[in-house]
Design a protein around this ligand. Structure first.
Ligand code: NOJ
Length: 552
């Protein structure tokens, strides 16, 4: 196993809009992030993944970029960015940026030019089709609901947008597009950044035949728009032209991938990406959608999926380990138990053990480390997310308001976007102004100030866990081996490397159960979410044992 810094690093994701506001305009910003660098480093993170900070009209909070080489005014200036990068590096923190090049904003100069006429020199930068019988060229839908084609009167044609209509898709078949992207990446690397998280990168190559065959409600939209015929060609070219020249890390956001796809995108011998975000374990909370039902993630499915990824990638490619990001609800509200403070604390710690003792690079999303839960907004007025609002408009005649509020309270992207809870003062210490999105009511009890003051807090548990990971090579590179694979309550596995073995045992549920029958002679308990010992496994109890005879 080849050692690499990005295999041993811990990544902390920042959604700048909701992290820390330094100037009282209610929107988080770069100076706000600078003021919290020590907090992030002290947690045990090595890398910050910064969600988009580029110039943007913000139809999708920065994922619609109008200038790849300027900073969004609400967030600051290029000199604030340079200060952030320098200070982060001084503190030993690397920074990776979001690369959003499947689409731009409609306000990007390329798009403004290209829509002027059919013979505009930039026309080929985007994907245009003539109407068919006065309609969209096919039935392809966008991820944010509604058709994936937007009519443009100027030249009587439609442009493709896999996301919002303000996010037109770039045409990667055009060598000039590719070249422009490679060059802007190089310029960011030359400014000193340490890598990229690549937004929906497995959608840059389009399979137009599949688009034509797509039938809404019948076909899998994710599969239709992902992993197009040239995805690997483009990424290998990107690697050869740009990535291979720098010591940087890359993580591709790739919905609808199998482990076979992952081996192609991230295989050590493939020269494409270092790792990817696969979402197979991320939608297990979906219940019966005809009733907008949401369920707690079932242990059996979670275990089967995570085990498959652990087993199949070992020695061939590298996993990323994550539960949360800015598009997904909070971990404790989805896989855990946020119904009482005790259950919240225990389940948050147990879930951290369950995932972050595995092989791969851990990603922690802002607030996860203090056990932030979903804000459970009580009014549709509180929501800001374009996808949530589109869905509400689509569904509001079909479902009653309590059903919709319950569904969005569990699944909306805004569950991750309520402001970071720093303390128990007004607006949770996030801003002195009016926050762009409502602060969750839980901030009085769940906040960083409280977490730092309590030595048994979730924050301190994360700190200990991340330190432990780095102390044992077996936790970084050891082989995963699932045990008790059909147990209804327990998720347990070994990690093995040479003569070192670690055993992880988690009670996924709140009922107290018997300790499983495993050999614990020579075992040393190195991590646990209960302070005292018991013969049983209590509510959401998690234990990590080191089984090496010499060291125990
Ligand atoms: C994935 C990003 O995480 C999400 O926030 C965004 O809306 C879409 N890609 C489109 O860029």
């Amino acid at each position: 196993m080849e050692r690499k810094w990005w295999k041993e690093a811990v990544v902390y994701e920042i959604y700048p809009r909701s992290f820390m506001d330094s100037n009282g305009d209610g929107i988080g910003d770069l100076q706000g992030i600078i003021s919290k660098l020590d907090y992030i480093r002290d947690l045990g993170a090595d890398v910050i993944w910064l969600c988009p900070v580029y110039k943007s009209p913000n139809y999708d909070n920065g994922y619609d970029i109008s200038d790849y080489e300027d900073i969004m005014a609400e967030f600051g200036t290029m000199s604030d960015f340079e200060e952030l990068l320098t200070k982060a590096h001084e503190k030993g923190l690397r920074i990776i940026m979001d690369l959003v090049v499947n689409h731009t904003s409609i306000e990007h100069p390329w798009f403004i030019e290209n829509r002027k006429s059919k013979d505009n020199p930039y026309r080929d930068y985007y994907i245009w089709r003539d109407p068919v019988d006065g309609h969209e060229p096919n039935q392809l839908e966008s991820v944010f609901e509604g058709p994936a084609w937007e009519y443009d009167e100027t030249a009587d044609s439609y442009y493709l947008h896999l996301y919002a209509k303000q996010q037109p898709d770039l045409n990667w078949e055009n060598p000039k597009v590719k070249e422009a992207v490679f060059q802007l990446m190089e310029r960011w690397f030359d400014r000193g950044i340490d890598g990229f998280r690549m937004d929906v990168i497995n959608q840059i190559s389009k399979d137009y035949e599949l688009f034509d065959q797509y039938v809404p409600g019948k076909d899998d939209l994710g599969r239709t728009i992902s992993n197009g015929p040239k995805a690997h060609v483009y990424l290998q070219e990107m690697n050869e032209r740009v990535l291979s020249k720098y010591d940087v890390m890359t993580v591709g956001e790739t919905g609808s991938v199998t482990t076979e796809d992952a081996k192609k995108y991230t295989g050590f011998d493939r020269h494409e990406l270092n790792m990817l975000f696969s979402f197979e374990h991320m939608s297990l909370d979906k219940g019966d959608m005809s009733r907008l039902e949401v369920i707690r993630v079932p242990l059996g499915q979670l275990r089967a999926i995570l085990s498959k990824w652990q087993n199949e990638l070992h020695g061939i490619a590298w996993n990323s380990l994550f539960y949360e990001n800015h598009d997904r609800p909070r971990l404790v509200s989805k896989y855990g138990d946020d119904t009482t403070p005790f259950y919240l604390e225990k389940s948050a710690k147990m879930l951290a053990v369950l995932m972050y003792m595995m092989e791969g690079t851990p990603y922690i999303y802002q607030g996860q480390e203090i056990g932030m839960k979903n804000p459970y907004y009580q009014s549709m007025e509180d929501y800001r997310d374009i996808h949530t609002i589109n869905r509400y408009n689509l569904w509001k005649d079909q479902f009653d308001l309590p059903t919709l509020l319950h569904f969005f309270g569990k699944r909306s992207r805004d569950n991750a976007r309520s402001p970071m809870q720093w303390d128990d003062t007004e607006n949770a210490g996030f801003t002195t102004g009016k926050p762009w999105i409502k602060v969750a009511d839980s901030y009085k009890e769940i906040n960083v100030k409280q977490a730092l003051a309590d030595e048994n807090s979730i924050y301190h548990f994360y700190q200990k866990l991340l330190k432990t990971r780095k102390q044992y090579d077996v936790l970084l590179y050891g082989k995963y081996e699932l045990i008790l694979e059909n147990d209804p309550n327990i998720y347990a596995y070994y990690r093995k490397l040479d003569d070192e073995t670690v055993l992880v045992i988690c009670n996924y549920n709140k009922e107290e159960i018997a300790m499983p029958d495993v050999d614990l002679s020579h075992a040393k308990l190195i991590l646990s979410n209960y302070e005292d010992q018991s013969d049983t496994l209590r509510a959401y109890e998690a234990r990590v044992y080191f089984l090496n005879k010499q060291r125990s």
